[in-house]
Design a protein. Structure first.
Length: 886
């Protein structure tokens, strides 16, 4: 085996695609050398050595020492220096480099090879003893820290004392003599702490540093980082040994870092910082304030220190040339590290730079328009989940934040408003045109209307999958949940935190992306949906095969869905319409009715409201498909709870509180999720389904007239397990269609389909879709299908699911990302059996999974026709669908 790969002098044994063997840093150093860029020569000890090291009791392959000697001699030849030489010594850096950049690994050691003799040689050769001793003290500090395990502060204390004693403030004020004296003290300190003198043999230093890099692969920090980022231990790290170039050789020397484009805005301008007469990490360490690279940036920052462009024009021009070369070569924004030694520029690192979601979009689109990448590549470059950051108003990063409390970042985006403590108040104030934040201990289905009215939701209890969190995400509203340090007093209408009490009407801002609750109105930035965002989405739409619809219950949802590019509504949940304040009373009358006649009378009150909802929805959607689900939740969810509310409702309806209590007791269930819900309601109370069907068909007729576009409603029957259930409900729907058609004298085009959300329905998919009266479409309700497949109730899972994911019992929360093995298999079976009997069967998915990129990829693979997700997530689904297709 070959254990060592050299680079330098315009060529290299490795290249960029050898990251697995050479690590990211080593592979890119080789690539830059091959490109003929000025890279100090050096060599990379491969990750295979690391693997060998741990497989063989922390020892090295026997060929390694020889290969290192040869490589070191080659570096000496290229630099005209010799490692350990007492006249012209070669100094090197020892740098770790895993495949993926990994904080937690060993820090770099610079100036290795210096000792009491070589430092004198360096002083003589450079004619600059100050530089030589500055380098030596840096080496002693770094080596002692990363190889010998001594703390930095031991040396900093000595340095500070010295500076105080001599009245210095900056390190650059110290003279050669100062550093010389300090080196003596540093070495004494090492001996004191370590029980041995500081190693003087350059070879011992080199192997000490190499061993420390390999050793750091298994240190606690690195292990933790790997666990958090799913990096396998087997990867190992490489070690790079590289000839030193010196940024600390006086005022014509410098060190710096740069991005080829702005990593936070994406603007195509070199962006970075440098320090004159400095070395290594001085720039990031914040010892001195770094200077700007370009004149433009200097002016913008209002700095009076010269830019690199002014101070070292030759090196600046070289840097400009090189960064152009690197971007063209790597076809991506690069993050560069460089050093200038006496006006000569040297490249020490390049890699694809980390960037914000906003910058990623701009960069991908601009690289494509510059012809460096294709449109498809641009589409592949964006992480769909990261779009979430861009689709909501966010807090201006420059704004001041007065943090009251911090909860969970339950639904992204930021919102400000007056605090209110009940949904009724939220709605009342909203009607007056005021903006409110709904504050609750926790929310329940009865708060839907208040949540709709509010700009954002804040709860003091509940996790990321609490009612508040799930519903807020569906609505695309910011939500902070579980802000436990807040105390809500519903009676006093106050909220208290750390001794500060806020009354109803006082303004707060919540940041659903960080979980912060802030005092007062904080400045926001609106999402940018045009420009690069629109361009990239249009490319994604060209690439994808999967349709993308939205789950929309209200006209405002539907408008948002269209704005975000939805191609229809995949799920309209009609019960949300029932919770509105002006309807809930009629709904309750219907539930409390003793007989069918009374029930029909109450339903007659609901009909016009329901119809007008659908008219509006159809008009907004202008002929795009709309899937409407019949009433699904158990009826008791609509009844009031608590004596006070029951009394109030009884009075309004004109009945006895006891009657409401009795009815509630009748409807109470041990396990509502598996209870009297879905099509079971339509079968027991067909008049409810009939009313809904009538509202749908009358609305379709009306909207077809007003828009001049045909409306083809898709009526969806929830929670069926058998073909018989479907047949019964479908018969009612068909009969109603015929009736409306006759009454209005119009022909109605519509489809009746079903949700597949029980394992039995998946297994019986062929029966359900078969023949003349079979289901015309399927929509996999994967929220319920996950609950029923796992036998886990989503509302109760919080107490153990976190443990399950932490222990790897399930790889991810199956309510967030579809369980391919189990739930996914049922989806596949359903699709396959359904299409076998009805090849044209339209199949989609609705539920939280429709907006999860990994689940969208699954839906593409199993050839669904569309996914439907919350309106705000439609761009995420569009992009994920495109990536799945490419
Ligand atoms: P990290 O992975 O933490 O960025 P590096 O190995 O890139 O660590 O080293 C950090 C810094 O040390 C570099 O940015 C550079 O400034 C300096 N450095 C590393 N090797 C050399 C060298 N051969 N000559 C001069 N400076 C070097
Ligand atoms: Mg680096
Ligand atoms: Mg369901």
């Amino acid at each position: 085996a070959k254990w060592v790969y050299g680079f330098g002098g315009g060529k290299a044994e490795g290249k960029a695609d050898m990251k697995n063997l050479l690590g990211g840093k080593g592979a890119n150093l080789a690539e830059m050398a091959n490109l003929g860029l000025p890279v100090p020569p050096g060599f990379t000890i491969t990750t295979d050595v690391c693997t060998y090291f741990y497989a063989h009791g922390e020892s090295y392959p026997k060929e390694l020492a020889g290969e290192v000697d040869t490589a070191l001699a080659e570096v000496g030849k290229l630099t005209g220096k010799t490692f350990g030489d007492k006249v012209n010594p070669l100094l090197v850096s020892v740098r770790s480099g895993a495949r993926a950049s990994m904080p937690g690994m060993m820090d770099t050691v610079l100036n290795l090879g210096l000792n009491d003799e070589t430092v004198e040689a360096l002083a003589k050769k450079s004619g600059d003893p100050r530089f030589a001793y500055d380098s030596y003290r840096r080496f002693i500090t770094m080596y002692s820290n990363v190889v010998l395990g001594l703390e930095h502060h031991l040396f900093e204390d000595i340095l500070e004392e010295h500076k105080d004693a001599h009245g210095y403030t900056l390190d650059t004020e110290l003279t050669a003599d100062d550093w010389k004296k300090l080196v003596v003290q540093y070495k004494a300190r090492v001996e004191e702490e370590n029980g041995k003198p500081f190693p003087q043999d350059p070879r011992e230093q080199l192997w000490g540093a190499i061993g420390a890099v390999f050793g750091s692969w298994m240190n606690a920090r690195a292990k933790t980082y790997r666990r958090l980022h799913n990096i396998p231990e087997s990867w190992g790290t490489a070690v790079n040994v590289q000839a030193m170039v010196f940024g600390n050789m006086g005022d014509d020397s410098a060190t710096g870092v740069a991005f080829t484009r702005n990593p936070s805005t994406g603007e195509s301008k070199l962006y970075g910082e440098f320090l004159i007469n400095a070395q290594g990490e001085d720039v990031v360490a914040g010892i001195r304030t770094p200077q700007e690279i370009t004149e433009d940036a200097r002016k913008e920052a209002g700095s009076d220190k010269p830019s690199l462009e002014k101070a070292m024009p030759d090196a600046f021009n070289e840097l400009t040339r090189i960064y152009g070369t690197l971007e063209k070569h790597y076809r991506d924004m690069q993050d560069l590290e460089f050093t200038i030694e006496q006006n000569k520029l040297w490249m020490l690192q390049t890699r694809s730079g980390k960037r914000t979601a906003k910058a990623a979009l701009k960069i991908a689109v601009e690289l494509a328009s510059e012809g460096l990448i294709t449109e498809d590549e641009a589409v592949m470059r964006i992480d769909p989940a990261s779009l979430d950051q861009l689709l909501h108003p966010t807090i201006d990063p420059k704004a001041e934040r007065k943090i009251l409390a911090t909860g969970l970042p339950a639904s992204p985006g930021a919102a400000s408003g007056e605090i209110v403590f009940t949904s009724e108040e939220a709605e009342a104030l909203k009607e007056k045109g005021r903006k409110v934040i709904l504050v609750r201990v926790e929310t329940s289905p009865e708060d839907i209307h208040g949540m709709h009215a509010a700009e954002g939701i804040l709860t003091t209890r509940g996790g990321m999958t609490s009612h508040a969190a799930v519903v807020a995400r569906g609505m695309g509203k910011p939500c902070v949940s579980g802000a436990g340090s807040l105390r809500v007093d519903y009676n006093a209408k106050t909220m208290t935190v750390a001794g500060q009490t806020l009354k109803q009407g006082e303004i707060v801002t919540i940041d659903g992306s960080t979980g912060q609750v802030l005092l007062g109105q904080v400045k926001m930035i609106e999402p940018e949906l045009s420009g690069e965002f629109a361009t990239l989405m249009s490319w994604a739409d060209k690439a994808r095969r999967l349709g993308v619809r939205a789950n929309a219950d209200t006209p405002s949802d539907a408008r948002t869905a269209l704005k975000y590019g939805a191609e229809g509504i995949g799920l309209c949940r009609t019960e949300h319409m029932f919770f509105e304040a002006d309807r809930i009373q009629a709904v309750r009358e219907m539930i409390l009715a003793d007989n069918e006649k009374a029930r029909r009378a109450a339903l007659a009150k609901i009909l016009p409201m329901q119809r007008s909802d659908f008219v509006e929805l159809f008009e907004i959607m202008k002929g795009l498909p709309v899937t409407i689900r019949l009433l699904d939740p158990p009826l008791h969810e609509f009844l009031p709870h608590g004596d006070a509310e029951i009394a109030e409702v009884a009075k309004a309806i004109g009945t006895e509180p006891q009657k409401i209590k009795n009815r509630a007791a009748e409807l109470a269930e041990f396990n509502p999720m598996l209870g009297f819900r879905g099509c079971r309601i339509a079968i027991a109370y067909p008049e409810i389904a009939e009313m809904q069907a009538r509202a749908i068909f009358e609305a379709a007729a009306e909207a077809a007239k007003s828009t001049g576009k045909p409306v083809v409603p898709e009526v969806m029957v929830p929670l069926i397990a058998t073909r018989a259930e479907f047949d019964i409900v479908k018969a009612r729907i068909d009969a109603m269609a015929e009736a409306v058609s006759k009454e209005k004298g119009v022909t109605l085009d519509y489809q009746v389909g079903t949700m597949i959300e029980l394992p039995r329905a998946s297994l019986m998919a062929d029966k359900i879709a078969e023949g003349e009266g079979g289901a015309e479409f399927f929509s996999f309700g994967t929220n319920d299908l996950t609950q029923t497949t796992f036998g886990i109730s989503r509302d109760d899972a919080a107490s153990f699911l976190a443990t399950y994911t932490a222990r790897g019992i399930v790889p991810v929360d199956p309510f967030v990302s579809i369980d391919r093995d189990g739930v996914g298999e049922l989806v596949k079976i359903g699709v396959e059996r359904g299409r076998r009997v009805q090849p044209k069967l339209k199949v989609g998915i609705c539920g939280e999974h429709g907006g999860d990129p990994a689940s969208v990829a699954f839906c593409h693979e199993v050839a669904l026709d569309y996914v439907s997700c919350s309106p705000f997530r439609t761009p995420i689904a569009r992009l994920a669908a495109a990536q799945a297709a490419l």
